[in-house]
Design a protein around this ligand. Structure first.
Ligand SMILES: [Zn+2]
Length: 389
């Protein structure tokens, strides 16, 4: 029996199992975090019935692209959408948006339940929201695309319009992309496509040219921290610390808040503590070792050494601590600290890191992050930065 088109490989790279699906399930446009320009545009085109039949949602991982695509499917299929009229405008109802799902009608509840099932690794069993995601071999094969396309000629039996969300669309095999082309060019009447991707340039130019692209940026630390606190995921201090490490991604912030991953701040703290003592070049190289050592944390997938992502996170954490050291050394209000829970550590480090050294170190870490991004080896970057901080 072929894999149903709605099957989703959950747990791949830990992304879905860190995202609380109940949070996604209750999401209407008005409840989404950040991305106001994208959401305003989507709501307006729904209100004016000018939504393009196929779209690319492009942006970094874990910032809410998939959740927005689901919110779109919900709004499209809502039986009683919130659409403030000219005389009835009530910004408090819809967050000032021109169109949104009600969240309570039969269709909204059905999509929420489907997401809940997806979160438990089961089939969504719903026709108006189809999700295509990479299989265990990290690719989206042509058979599964064909199954979705075969159904797309008909209106969904349980909704107004079928929204096919292709998650991690950069994993579509070339044959799969070619199979999709015709549908994207002449969209079937009852189906819309949303290609969710962090690497839009990995898609064929012919695909890109047929789908308007909506750009999602990283979320701000404030948006992430507020979201964590509102959901009761952690305390305000923990939320700020997790947000400062998350690189704009809610999924990464949740992972840090849950302690599933190594806290890169501990590594950053050890790194700076070693450099706080006057030492020889050999001591500096020892400090560099801290940055590239095998990661800790409770993650099930424990790599043998630090990956580029690990070292990047550790350097981002170092930058976050240095920002806080600047706050401490300028005797500014402690409420500005991103890592308020580490105040005693910061106080200890402050004597070695005065304002001048902090500024120099911060520039060095920034350059190191830039070099990592340009594929310079982790070891070379770590050695260099240990001499510059
Ligand atoms: Zn509804």
């Amino acid at each position: 029996m072929p894999t149903p088109a709605t099957a989703v490989s959950w747990g791949v790279e830990g992304r879905y199992d860190t995202m609380p699906v109940h949070a996604a399930a209750c999401m209407s446009f008005a409840n989404l975090v950040g991305h106001r320009h994208v959401i305003t545009l989507l709501a307006r085109s729904l209100a004016q019935e000018t939504l393009p039949p196929s779209l690319i949602f492009a942006g970094p991982s874990g910032v809410g692209k998939f959740t927005t695509a689901v919110a779109l499917a919900r709004a499209v299929n809502c039986l009683d959408p919130v659409r403030p009229g000219p005389g009835l405008f009530d910004a408090s109802v819809s967050g000032g948006l021109a169109f949104d799902a009600c969240g309570t009608c039969r269709s909204c509840v059905r999509i929420a339940r489907a997401l809940d099932r997806i979160g438990r690794g089961a089939e969504p069993a719903i026709d108006c929201l189809r999700v295509l995601a990479p299989d265990d071999r990290r690719s989206i094969k042509i058979d599964r695309v064909r199954e979705v396309l075969a159904a797309s000629g008909y209106r969904p039996f349980d909704g107004h319009r079928r929204v096919v969300v292709i998650d991690e669309a950069e994993r579509l095999e070339i044959a799969s992309q070619n199979a999709l082309l015709k549908a994207l060019e002449e969209p079937p009447p009852g189906t819309s496509f949303v290609l969710v991707t962090s690497q839009p340039d990995a898609l064929l130019p012919t695909i890109r040219s047929r789908c308007p692209r909506m750009r999602f940026g990283p979320l701000s630390e404030r948006e992430i921290a507020d979201w964590l606190v509102e959901r009761g995921a952690c305390t305000a201090d923990e939320a700020r610390a997790a947000a400062s490490l998350a690189g704009g991604s809610i999924a990464a912030a949740l992972s840090h808040a849950a302690g599933d991953r190594e806290d890169p701040r501990q590594v950053a703290e050890a790194f700076l503590a070693r450099l706080a003592r006057p030492g020889t070049p050999a001591d500096r190289l020892d400090a560099a070792q801290v940055l590239v050592a095998r990661p800790g944390g409770r993650s099930r997938k424990r790599p043998a050494g630090a990956t580029r992502v690990d070292v990047t996170e550790r350097l981002q954490a170092t930058a976050s601590l240095l920002r806080d050291l600047a706050v401490v050394s300028s005797r500014a209000d402690q409420r500005w600290l991103a890592n308020a829970d580490l105040a005693p550590t910061l106080a200890r480090l402050a004597s070695a890191f005065d304002g001048h050294r902090v500024a120099r170190a911060f520039r060095a870490v920034d350059r190191a992050l830039y070099a990592l991004d340009r594929n310079v080896s982790q070891k070379a970057v770590a050695d260099w930065v240990a001499f510059e901080v």
